[in-house]
Design a protein around this ligand. Structure first.
Ligand code: FES
Length: 110
């Protein structure tokens, strides 16, 4: 992994690693980050470790706005990381594509 010169974000490589409609887990600067590729082509990134009991968020089921953890089915907003089912929030990251189709992850300020 390298730091992306133009954005200061972390470069994770080609977006093709993440099938459309699915998520994949990456380690970014020591954090486990789940990157999701939505059907409209946009990306979202959340903590890959469920706030409930550490389930694998990248393996969760996606709907348009939420990911459902595969272990106990808590649901989390792909945009805010907030749970609609009462679990604690997941950390969110800014995920984008560079001009070459590589995933770039940026940490939120603060
Ligand atoms: S570990 Fe994710 S819902 Fe329980």
């Amino acid at each position: 992994m390298s730091t992306h010169a133009a954005t200061g974000g972390h470069l994770l490589g080609p977006v093709d690693q993440v099938p459309v409609g699915e998520g994949r887990a990456f380690v970014v600067d020591g954090d486990q980050v789940a990157v999701f590729r939505l059907r409209d082509g946009s990306l979202r990134a959340l903590s890959a470790v469920c706030s409930h009991r550490g389930g694998p968020i990248a393996d969760g089921t996606l709907d348009r706005q939420e990911v459902i953890c595969p272990l106990h089915q808590h649901a989390f907003s792909l945009d805010s990381g907030c749970s609609s089912t009462g679990a604690g929030p997941l950390r969110t990251y800014h995920a984008s594509l560079d001009d070459s189709g590589n995933i770039v992850i940026a940490f939120p300020p603060g």
